[in-house]
Design a protein around this ligand. Structure first.
Ligand SMILES: *Cc1c(COP(=O)(O)O)cnc(C)c1O
Length: 395
C-alpha cells in the first residue's frame, strides 16, 4: 500500500551523503578500538585535509566553533581586544570571539553577495585603527584590534584580499572562517588559505561531515603546534602529567576522523553535485518574477553550499517567510538567513556599524534544498513549488 507520504517524501534542506565507504570506515574504527582522539585516524585526517587545501599544517578539533576559538587564541587575541567580523553570519564565529573575552565589531555585508565587502572593510580598518608600538589600536576607544575574522558564507567567498592587505599593514592577524566555503576558490586559491589561519566545520549539514568536527589550517607551524597542545589539555610531552598552561579537551575523536576520511574520498563528486544543483536552480528559476538568489562575487569559483533565494516582495507578491510556508505545505524544507548578529539579544550593545544590507538579506533570504544527493525530480518539485507560490501570489 502506498501513501501520499511515500510518493512525496519531504525534501530536507541539507543532509549528509554516505555510502558503504563511510559504513566500513566507522565499523573498522569500532572493531579496531581506535575511537578516541589518540587514534591514528585523527592525524591521518589532518594530513589529508591539509593536502586537499595545499596547506602545510592542519589541526583537527571537536567542532568548528572550537576551531575558531583556538585559532583566535593562537593568533594572539587577548581578552578585551576588538575582533572585526560580518554582521550577517551563522553565530559561531561571534560566540568564539566572546569566549576568548574579546569584543566583536560587526560590519555590514554587501547587498548582492551577502559577504563582507573587502574594500569597505579595509577602508574601515584604516580609518578606525592605527598601528602603534603596543599593537593596532582603535583611534577612539583605544582598544587593541586582536584579529579580523572574515566569514565566507553560503558556499561563496568573501572577497577578502584588500582586507588581508590592510591587516598586514596594521600587523593584525587574519582568521578566516571558511566553513561554508570549503571547496570554493577566490582568484584561484582555496578559501581558508588566504589569511593566517583558516577554520572549518564538519557538522552534519556541511559539504564534508565527520558527524561533528572542526579543523584549522595554517602555514604557521608554531600556531599549529600550540593549537594541538591546547586541544590536548596543554599536557607537556613525557610520562608525567605536567601542564604548561590552561588547556582544552578539544581534539577530534578517531571515530569522527574515520568518517571524515571516508567523506574526503567523495569530496570532488560531492562538490561537483553542489555546483550542478546550483546551476539547475539558476536555470529553472531564471524567469520567476521577484525571485533572485545570492550570487558569488567576481573571481569566485563557488562551492554553492546552500542555494539561497532572495525574494522581492513587490514583484513576487509574497515575502520570504510566506514562501517558506508555501514550500513547507508541499513538503519542502527551507530556512531563513540569520538574524543580523548586532540585532540579536546575545550581542546587543556590541560595537557595530549600521547593517541595512544584512537586515534586508535576512528579510528577503531563504535557503532551499541543496543536499548533495538531491535528485533532479526532487529539484524540479522545488522549482515548481516556488513558481506556483509566486504565480498564486501574483494572481
Ligand atoms: C557551521 C558553521 C560553524 C560552526 O561549526 P560547528 O562545527 O557547528 O561548531 C562556524 N562558522 C560557520 C560560518 C558555520 O556555518
Amino acid at each position: 500500500m502506498s501513501t501520499g507520504v511515500e510518493r512525496n517524501p519531504r525534501i530536507p534542506l541539507a543532509v549528509p551523503s554516505f555510502g558503504e565507504r563511510e559504513v566500513a570506515a566507522v565499523t573498522e574504527a569500532v572493531r579496531s578500538g581506535w575511537v578516541s582522539s589518540a587514534s591514528p585516524a585523527t592525524t591521518q585526517f589532518e594530513e589529508q585535509f591539509a593536502a586537499l587545501l595545499g596547506m602545510p599544517r592542519a589541526v583537527a578539533v571537536v567542532n568548528g566553533t572550537t576551531a575558531l576559538q583556538l585559532a583566535l587564541i593562537v593568533a594572539g587575541v587577548q581578552p578585551g581586544d576588538d575582533v572585526l567580523l560580518p554582521a550577517l553570519t551563522f553565530v559561531a564565529p561571534a560566540n568564539a570571539v566572546r569566549h576568548v573575552g574579546a569584543h566583536p565589531v560587526f560590519l555590514d555585508v554587501d547587498a548582492a553577495t551577502a559577504q563582507l565587502d573587502g574594500d569597505r572593510a579595509s577602508a574601515y580598518l584604516r580609518e578606525r585603527y592605527r598601528r602603534t608600538a603596543d599593537g593596532c589600536i582603535n583611534r577612539t576607544t583605544r582598544r587593541r584590534l586582536g584579529a579580523v575574522l572574515p566569514v565566507h558564507i553560503l558556499g561563496h567567498a568573501c572577497p577578502l584580499l584588500p582586507l588581508v592587505d590592510a591587516a598586514r599593514e596594521l600587523d593584525v592577524p587574519v582568521v578566516e572562517d571558511a566553513t561554508e566555503g570549503l571547496g570554493a576558490t577566490l582568484a584561484g586559491r582555496p578559501l581558508g588559505c588566504l589569511g593566517d589561519i583558516g577554520c572549518f566545520s564538519f557538522n552534519g549539514n556541511k559539504l564534508l561531515t565527520s558527524g561533528g568536527g572542526g579543523m584549522a589550517v595554517t602555514a604557521r607551524a608554531d600556531w599549529a603546534d600550540r593549537m594541538r597542545y591546547l586541544s590536548l589539555q596543554a599536557k607537556n610531552p613525557g610520562l608525567e602529567y605536567v601542564h604548561g598552561e590552561v588547556g582544552f579537551n578539544a581534539r577530534m575523536t578517531g571515530l569522527s576522523a574515520a568518517l571524515g576520511l571516508a567523506q574526503l574520498a567523495s569530496f570532488d563528486t560531492h562538490l561537483a553535485a553542489k555546483r550542478r544543483i546550483a546551476a539547475r536552480y539558476v536555470d529553472g528559476l531564471r524567469d520567476t518574477p521577484g525571485i533572485g538568489h545570492v550570487a558569488p562575487a567576481a573571481g569566485v569559483d563557488s562551492a554553492w553550499w546552500l542555494f539561497t533565494l532572495l525574494v522581492d516582495e513587490r514583484q513576487a507578491g509574497l515575502d520570504s517567510r510566506a514562501l517558506i510556508a508555501r514550500l513547507d505545505e508541499r513538503g519542502i524544507e527551507s530556512r531563513p538567513l540569520w538574524q543580523p548578529l548586532p540585532a540579536s539579544p546575545a550581542f546587543a550593545g556590541c560595537d557595530a556599524e549600521s547593517w541595512p544590507h544584512a537586515a534586508a538579506l535576512c528579510r528577503d533570504g531563504l535557503s532551499i534544498p541543496s543536499s548533495v544527493a538531491l535528485g533532479s525530480e526532487e529539484q524540479d518539485r522545488v522549482v515548481r513549488a516556488v513558481q506556483d507560490a509566486v504565480g498564486a501570489a501574483r494572481a
